[in-house]
Design a protein around this ligand. Structure first.
Ligand code: ATP
Length: 225
């Protein structure tokens, strides 16, 4: 059965903490394709400065180029106002004839799912694949998610075969991969402090950041568009 993975985020910038778990998920679930979706105006970051969408998109395009079946979608730049994941997933379902949608998110994001816009609708539109972030996992994670979701959660070992779910069911898979403890915030702070991030992003992304002088004092971070 056709399975496609979607990975939404700010990606400001994309880093190995996104890519390594994404490849683990891609291989474990045997996705036909993996689509990265940079957010135009993420609702939880509305008050914060954001690097222009064009730069974040370009860095994702460079980072995903080596992978045949990794794509980047500009779908969220088409909408005005805050971009809610539930609307993106609905639009994707209407546009693509994909039988099984899997939406990836880090466990920190999943721990806040109860505050996401129309989360009850969101969990019916796609299966969720929760990536292991060392900040919240296990019992601490379970304690934070809406109780009604607990019965849908199942832990998956990387590379173990994941059977096709029964038609109509929606699962939340916790992917027990080794955590990769970095964040874009940490990278931006290192760059501003004049420290290297060479080992934390693909070389093409590093070259792009240097060329466009991103994340330095007086940089180009604005309202995201
Ligand atoms: P920031 O520090 O700017 O908030 P971030 O590094 O958390 O950024 P985002 O672009 O906000 O990255 O994240 C996109 C998605 O990727 C989110 O669901 C987030 O939880 C997940 N993610 C980010 N970093 C990691 C990581 N190191 N391991 C697993 N998931 C991650």
């Amino acid at each position: 059965m056709r399975r496609v993975g979607f990975f939404g985020g700010t990606f400001d910038p994309v880093h190995l903490g996104h890519l390594v778990p994404a490849v683990r998920a891609y291989e474990t679930f045997r996705f036909e394709a993996m689509v990265f979706i940079p957010g135009a105006r993420p609702p939880h970051k509305l008050g914060e400065p954001l690097t222009p969408f064009s730069h974040r998109f370009a860095m994702l395009a460079l980072a995903t180029q080596p992978y045949d079946r990794f794509l980047v979608s500009a779908i969220e730049s088409e909408r005005k106002g805050p971009t809610y994941t539930v609307d993106t997933l609905r639009a994707l379902r209407e546009r693509l004839s994909v039988e099984q949608l899997y939406f990836l998110m880090g466990s920190d994001s999943f721990s806040q799912i109860g505050s996401w816009n129309r989360w009850q609708e969101l969990v019916e539109l796609a299966h969720l694949v929760v990536l292991h972030r060392d900040t919240v996992w296990g019992k601490a994670l379970e304690a934070r998610v809406p109780e009604v979701l607990l019965g849908r959660m199942r832990t998956i070992e990387p590379f173990r075969k994941v059977p096709d779910p029964e038609p109509g069911s929606r699962w939340i898979y916790l992917l027990e991969h080794e955590p990769f403890p970095i964040s874009a915030t940490h990278l931006r702070e290192r760059l501003r402090a004049g420290l290297t991030i060479h080992e934390l992003v693909p070389p093409e992304v590093h070259r792009y950041i240097v060329k466009h002088r991103l994340y330095h004092q007086g940089d180009e971070r604005s309202d995201g568009i």
